[in-house]
Design a binder for this molecule. Structure first.
Ligand SMILES: Cc1cc2nc3c(=O)[nH]c(=O)nc-3n(C[C@H](O)[C@H](O)[C@H](O)COP(=O)(O)OP(=O)(O)OC[C@H]3O[C@@H](n4cnc5c(N)ncnc54)[C@H](O)[C@@H]3O)c2cc1C
Length: 401
């Protein structure tokens, strides 16, 4: 019988373990943390956006350059399969605004509880506080556990170690060095769906840190996104920023800075806004005038000052086209996800590492990225399903009938 070690008890590892366990293979899941799926549980705080309801062709396009490679895996485990799986665990789902799919409970914990019970019923063993440290000279898996090093032998191994964002939840990217030693090509890990730094003036930073910019539109590199952003001590973060973050990050890496254009009143045309501003100011401060004329909150008014500086005339053009220079990418520690990882070319069609036989890699540790919207979990699960099914297929081929 095939024994499988699944390293990493996030959604990718647990999904692979479920499929392998259900097929009767002997499965042990090992994770470095004291409890499993910590990032999945945190994702539940935002309502647990499981996947997206848009047509599959549109969904595949969200993965950019990796879309072609992920395409057959997403076809084999599409959003409906993920929805059916969640519903099978007693978590009915619904489609929210903008097509995102959530469990009705808007939480990860009930789903995880039912999932762990199912894994137990399949005989899957889970070992926590086992920190994977690579392989011994005789090819066994090495783990730091309870102050010593232990060895685990398995016919097949699935690495499901995640990226490097929010490292306190477990995935710290330490695997990069372990795999690079074995010649596995790895694209450097970078923050994805992340915030950016801007050189705020001290008064702006002090007064507006933590304040939201609601119902704005952001434009970068010809792409406009509507939504919200949040002023942070060091810059900007939030949904609309995340949506543009891959392009912004790459522009900053190449040119040292990127200028984001903010429309503070996207629901008004330039002409309409111009008409509202065309009234006497009669000695009013600029702040009072803008508040009364177009209901602009103090954070927006002061952001205009940050962006236009001495040139601020508060014209309709300036309000609809506010340039904010972003000078850096926020640390990966605070990013929602990770870009980079194991190069997809280093894996065969079954997600087995070409240079390490019987070692598979799945989930966020692979070199793909996607915006928020359920795309992260969708690809995480789809890759896990593909590797698990390949191991089952091969174990059947090698088992005498
Ligand atoms: C705040 C937040 C909200 C999010 N919300 C959503 C959302 O709503 N929808 C969505 O699609 N995505 C969301 N995501 C992203 C999503 O959670 C991840 O893409 C997903 O968890 C990746 O799954 P994974 O199993 O590949 O990796 P992880 O979930 O990171 O799991 C990897 C596991 O491997 C373990 N591990 C790492 N290294 C070792 C080692 N050396 N030895 C042993 N174990 C190790 C870790 O402890 C961890 O348990 C969110 C992320 C964050 C941070």
């Amino acid at each position: 019988m095939t024994t499988v070690a699944v390293i990493g008890a996030g959604p990718a590892g647990l999904m692979a373990a479920e499929i392998l366990g259900a097929a009767g293979l002997t499965v042990t899941v090992l994770d470095r943390m004291p409890s499993v799926a910590r990032k999945f549980l945190i994702a539940g705080r935002g309502g647990l956006n499981l996947t997206h309801s848009e047509p599959l062709e549109n969904l595949k396009a969200r993965y950019g350059a990796a879309g072609t490679r992920l395409s057959p895996l997403l076809e084999a485990f599409p959003p409906q399969a993920l929805i059916d799986w969640a519903e099978g665990l007693g978590q009915p789902t619904f489609i929210g605004t903008s097509g995102r799919v959530f469990p009705k409970s808007l939480k990860a914990s009930p789903l995880l509880r039912a999932w762990l019970a199912r894994l137990k019923a399949h005989g899957v063993a889970i070992k926590t506080r086992h920190d994977w440290r690579g392989w011994s000279e005789n090819g066994q898996l090495l783990f730091a556990h309870a102050g010593t090093t232990s060895q685990v032998k398995a016919d097949a191994t699935i690495l499901a170690l995640g990226g490097a964002s929010w490292p306190r939840l477990g995935s710290n990217g330490a695997w990069v060095e372990l795999l690079a030693k074995h010649g596995v090509p790895i694209t450097p890990l970078r923050p994805a769906n992340c915030g950016f730094t801007a050189a705020w003036s001290e008064p702006f930073r002090t007064r507006f840190e933590g304040q939201p910019l609601k119902s704005i539109a952001l434009t970068f590199d010809g792409r406009t996104v509507r939504g919200e952003a949040m002023v942070t001590r060091t810059g900007l973060e939030g949904g609309a920023i995340y949506a543009l973050s891959a392009a912004l990050r790459d522009a900053i890496a190449g040119q040292g800075a990127a200028t984001l254009e903010i429309d503070l009143r996207p629901d008004m045309s330039l002409a309409e806004l111009g008409r509202k501003l065309d009234r006497p100011r009669a000695g009013e401060t600029l702040a009072n005038f803008l508040r009364k004329a177009i209901n602009l909150a103090p954070v927006g008014i002061n952001l205009l000052r940050e962006g236009h500086g001495l040139h601020l005339a508060a014209t309709a053009e300036q309000i609809k086209s506010l340039p904010i220079k972003l000078t850096g990418t926020q640390s990966i520690d605070r990013a929602i996800s990770t870009a980079g990882g194991i190069a997809l070319d280093a894996l065969d069609g079954d997600l087995m590492l070409r240079d390490l036989p019987n070692v598979y890699a799945v989930g966020e540790m692979l070199d793909w990225e996607a915006p928020t919207g359920g795309y992260l979990l969708q690809a995480t699960f789809a890759t896990a399903v593909a590797a698990a099914k390949a191991i089952i297929r091969k174990s059947k081929q090698s088992t005498p009938q």
